[in-house]
Design a protein around this ligand. Structure first.
Ligand SMILES: Cc1ncc(COP(=O)(O)O)c(C=O)c1O
Length: 429
């Protein structure tokens, strides 16, 4: 449904909650200004309602989690069914049948499909945790501590994941605490010579890479990039970790983005859309790599309280059955083609290229000289919110308008969004 705005944005209740939150939440967390945020009350499909009764179009899928629509009926029903039986178990001590089913399903969808071997998994709650697990696994498997990561890449804000983050803003305040095992190379084929240099003078055990940069600006690398990274890893006994926390589960128009390049990683990290709204992530990989972990002697050396939470597993199994329906993938590709086409028809000098794949799109916002215009992108986000569109900006210059809607976005909603962006660009002149 198209947006329906009844109050000024933010409305009176959102403003009041913003003021209250400022008193109680760390000031680093929620950005609060005259124009931001709205407080969410409920959601359905692509729509979000705020506490003032305004209806919005969510072009973010709430950080790419609600790909199958907010409160997807099948996923919600699975949650309700499971909540009536068991809310929480003992993930690494006395697990549930659901954990078995989920690990099996993930194996089928990844390494069994790709190379005919069963994968082994570690479940956790957040994307960052699955990255931590992948980094530890690579060290155990190779004995080499060094990790190559890429500029503008994002792997989370936990202290281990930060060591491989290519976004300086997140790392710099904590440099003194961050271990120095992560070495950054430029993303894309221009970074490959640097990758070779780093390997020749460091003890590199892993390369961690996003197949398409998410928060880094929806950057699709050159065709050769990932296949060459794969070759380098094979040659030097390096574990290739693909971070598909953002790109996984049809977001880019394939079940996993690595399938665009037929590259099979040694480890893949998944999260966000995995359970359609429950904090659940997974680190899964080739058995010979994952078996670097010792057999548990009664006390796992890597675990967490909520590991394999049964509600999350039940929701994930339901979400995966929708993701593996070929109709889901083809819907993403159809909507993507229509969205790209519509965005490219926006006639305005500040409208730059459309980036990305599938429904992981980014629209570059430019200035008079054709340079990145983060300031305009920010005001576009604020103005769009006033009109009922929830969106965000990405990239090192903050000039890439991120368009990552739920897959059930309608053509009418796509057209309305593009027209609305065009209108805002015209006003900005
Ligand atoms: C590619 C990628 N990796 C890792 C993360 C971190 O995930 P989480 O925020 O669940 O820890 C994110 C989150 O945006 C991400 O986009």
């Amino acid at each position: 449904m198209l947006p329906k705005i009844l109050t000024e944005i933010p409305g009176p209740k959102s403003r009041q909650l913003g003021e209250e939150l400022q008193k109680y939440e760390s000031r680093n967390i929620t950005f609060i200004s005259e124009k931001f945020p709205i407080f969410w009350d409920s959601a359905d499909g692509i729509n979000v309602w705020d506490v003032d009764g305004n209806r919005f179009l969510d072009l973010t899928s709430a950080f790419a989690v609600s790909s199958l629509g907010h409160r997807n009926q099948f996923i919600t029903d699975a949650l309700i069914r499971q909540a009536g039986k068991l809310l929480h178990g003992m993930g690494d001590v006395h697990p549930t049948e659901l954990k078995v089913e989920l690990c099996k399903k993930i194996s089928e969808l990844t390494y069994e499909r790709w190379i005919g071997v069963k994968s082994k998994s570690v479940l956790s709650s957040s994307g960052s945790e699955s990255i931590e697990c992948a980094l530890k696994t690579a060290l155990l498997a190779t004995g080499k501590e060094g990790v190559i990561c890429f500029k503008d890449s994002y792997h989370g804000t936990s202290i281990g994941a930060l060591a491989t983050s290519g976004i300086a803003r997140f790392r710099e305040p904590f440099t003194k605490q961050i271990a120095q095992f992560g070495i950054t190379a430029p993303y894309g084929i221009k970074g490959l010579s640097e990758v070779h240099n780093i390997i020749s003078s460091n003890n590199i055990g892993a390369i961690i890479v996003e197949p398409i940069l998410g928060r880094g600006g929806k950057v699709v690398p050159e065709e050769e990039f990932l296949p060459e990274i794969r070759e380098i890893c094979d040659k030097h006994n390096i574990v290739l970790i693909l971070d598909e926390i953002y790109t996984g589960f049809n977001r880019t128009g394939k079940l996993f983005a690595c399938e665009h390049w037929n590259v099979v990683p040694d480890i893949i990290c998944l999260g966000k859309a995995l359970a359609g709204g429950f904090p659940l992530s997974i680190c899964t990989g080739k058995p010979n790599v994952m078996d670097a972990w010792p057999v548990s002697d009664g006390e796992a050396i890597h675990t967490s309280t909520f590991l394999g939470n049964p509600m999350g597993c039940a929701m994930a199994l339901e979400a995966l059955s929708i993701h593996t329906d070929p109709a889901t993938t083809s819907k993403v590709n159809d909507k993507s083609a229509f969205f790209i086409n519509t965005l490219e028809k926006i006639k305005h000098p500040y409208r730059g290229k459309v980036r990305g794949k599938g429904l992981m799109l980014g629209l570059e916002i430019l200035d008079d000289s054709g340079n990145p215009n983060g300031k305009l992108a920010t005001s576009l986000i604020n103005d769009s919110l006033q009109a009922g569109i929830i969106t965000l900006a990405d990239g090192p210059n903050g000039h890439v308008l991120a368009l990552t809607p739920p897959f059930n976005i309608s053509d009418e909603e796509i057209l309305w969004t593009s027209h609305s962006i065009e209108k805002k660009l015209k006003i900005s002149n």
